[in-house]
Design a protein around this ligand. Structure first.
Ligand code: 8YV
Length: 314
């Protein structure tokens, strides 16, 4: 019998992934260890691969105890919690799960947009609390035909744009550079895009390059009637500035799936009626999570099969 390759599992994973690991690899479950560094000192030597996620990330300090590490397979498309540059420098491949979640995250963006614009959460509460029998629900705002600005017209951004086109929205986008071959107008100035937009949808990458990209100036430009939607990373928005802008009425509303310090959401946001909150569930459907799980497995197995991962970042 062939000896199983040792795999470092950083955090809990969906059943499909953890069962596959269990059945095919010699798994070191890092999150169950009392002391991660001591466990790595004792058992890290033989680890050729690691499995993690956007949520659990990967710490550079572990690398000193993983001299044989060749591959990291991560669950999720975003990898801002993993130092891809350092992995590359050490000749370690990194795999993620792009594309299989595009539709789902775009659906989440639309859920937040429609839900916030039409007051879904407030309306539901209104009916449940019996208010309908004594008063009329206040008017909300239309989505169809409005101006939508997309920050980050990547693969998910383009699916969101397709969805918005179905609502006859006018679409413009901001990226670091103009994208060739897309039918939407590029806006080189983020502030100008915010000024023009009724809704500003954030779906760019996280990490240092986009940290607090959405600052006080951008939110004021979006304005008192503007709706800010975030399905990327909490770090892209200056949360303190956003709370202030919402409180002062300089920003109309926000619909958020991600936060700066997850799973902790600032108390002030919990109290606001013009804010819709979701617990980072952009890709969290049974169908999408199954496809993401399969990609994590395929990336890992692909590496052991012929050295090639299906979706390789570095
Ligand atoms: C998941 C995500 O919540 O794909 C991403 O980048 O943020 C989400 O799909 C995440 O992967 C869970 O760790």
């Amino acid at each position: 019998m062939m000896t199983k390759h040792r795999v470092l599992q950083v955090g809990p994973a969906p059943l499909l992934v953890s069962q596959h690991l269990e059945n095919n690899y010699d798994v070191l479950r890092l999150w169950e260890q009392e002391n991660a560094i001591e466990a790595l000192k004792a058992h890290g030597q033989g680890c050729v691969a690691a499995v993690t996620s956007a949520k659990y990330g990967f710490r550079n300090e572990w690398l000193d105890y993983l001299p044989q590490l060749k591959v990291v397979s991560s669950f999720g498309v975003g990898y801002d919690s993993i130092d891809a540059v350092e992995l590359k420098r050490r000749g370690i491949q990194l795999g993620n799960t792009p594309d299989v979640l595009n539709d789902c995250v775009a659906d989440t963006a639309m859920t937040l947009l429609l839900g916030a614009a039409r007051g879904l959460v407030r309306a539901d509460r209104f009916v449940r609390e019996g208010c309908w029998t004594t008063e009329d629900f206040p008017l909300t705002h239309s989505v169809s035909g409005k101006k939508a600005g997309i920050v980050g017209l990547g693969n998910i951004g383009q699916v969101i744009a397709k969805r918005l086109s179905g609502f006859d929205c006018e679409i413009r986008y901001h990226n670091r550079s103009e994208k060739q071959g897309v039918p939407y107008r590029y806006e080189p100035s983020l502030k100008a895009l915010a000024q023009w937009s009724d809704f500003l949808i954030i779906i760019c990458i996280g990490g240092p390059s986009t940290h607090h990209l959405i600052n006080d100036e951008i939110m004021s430009a979006l304005g008192p009637k503007g709706l800010l939607i975030n399905v990327s990373r909490g770090t892209v928005i200056d949360e303190v500035a956003m709370i202030k802008a919402l409180q002062e009425g300089r920003l109309g509303a926000a619909a958020l799936d991600v936060f700066e310090n997850e799973p902790y959401v600032p108390e002030a946001l919990l109290k606001m009626d013009n804010v819709v909150l979701m617990p980072h569930v952009g890709s969290a459907t049974v169908e999408t999570r199954a496809r993401m799980s399969q990609r994590v497995i395929d990336n890992l197995d692909g590496f052991f099969h012929d050295g090639k991962m299906l979706s390789r970042v570095v």
